[in-house]
Design a protein around this ligand. Structure first.
Ligand SMILES: CC(C)(COP(=O)(O)OP(=O)(O)OC[C@H]1O[C@@H](n2cnc3c(N)ncnc32)[C@H](O)[C@@H]1OP(=O)(O)O)[C@@H](O)C(=O)NCCC(=O)NCCS
Length: 179
């Protein structure tokens, strides 16, 4: 477990899967996640079974926050596409409980993940892709020190229009355990 003051990251259990199905079938939650079709329990169970073949660094983690004295599961954070030779990894995150957006939880969860990525996994560069309309996400990543790297113009079709996909990244020397 990766433990912060009011946010912690833990492994995902089979019992968590119904939460994921609920969260990822919410159009507001999945809008900026490249997920566009309804998700079934069977698909989610298959996703969970397939995790056994992922390396340890790519195991997704449950984001939990301290809510009235108990740890409440809220969403998911993970490294993807970990490149062992170049020490690069992509970051993915969603908070499935909409009522907890904009309260600093994403920032705290990513800060824990950056510590884990740079100090434990010995990564050199952590990057992410974010849709241009996702200004909440972009602001969160900028706050943490992610830099804008580039823009894939009109690379994704969302809600009837083509939108840009931004690349952002942070290097190990730029991360000093802020937040
Ligand atoms: C993106 C996400 C992980 C961010 O986590 P969060 O806990 O909501 O973000 P935080 O509260 O830590 O930071 C968001 C910042 O953006 C600001 N913000 C909120 N809405 C905004 C908007 N429409 N435009 C600009 N900034 C906005 C907040 O005020 C906050 O900044 P502040 O701390 O300076 O006030 C979360 O909102 C989420 O999971 N969204 C749905 C799925 C998703 O978009 N995943 C990421 C795909 S790349």
């Amino acid at each position: 477990m990766i433990i912060g003051d009011t946010v912690r990251l833990r492994g995902i259990e089979k019992e968590d899967l119904p939460l994921f199905v609920n969260w990822l079938n919410d159009p507001d939650v999945r809008r900026y996640l490249s997920l566009y079709s309804p998700l079934s329990n069977a698909q989610e169970e298959k996703w969970f079974e397939d995790l056994a073949s992922h390396c340890l660094a790519e195991q997704p983690l449950m984001i939990e926050t301290l809510d009235e004295g108990t740890w409440r599961p809220l969403g998911n954070i993970s490294f993807l596409n970990v490149d062992q030779q170049s020490r690069n990894a992509e970051l993915g995150i969603f908070i499935g409980e909409k009522g907890f957006w904009g309260k600093g939880i994403g920032t705290k969860a990513i800060a824990l993940m950056l510590d884990y990525g740079f100090k434990t996994l010995n990564l050199h560069r952590i990057y992410l892709r974010v849709f241009h309309p996702n200004q909440r996400g972009i602001h969160c990543y900028e706050k943490l020190g992610f830099k804008h790297e580039g823009n894939m113009r009109e690379a994704y079709y969302l809600d009837g229009e083509y939108i840009d996909v931004l690349f952002m990244s942070i290097l190990r020397q730029e991360w000093r355990g802020k937040n």
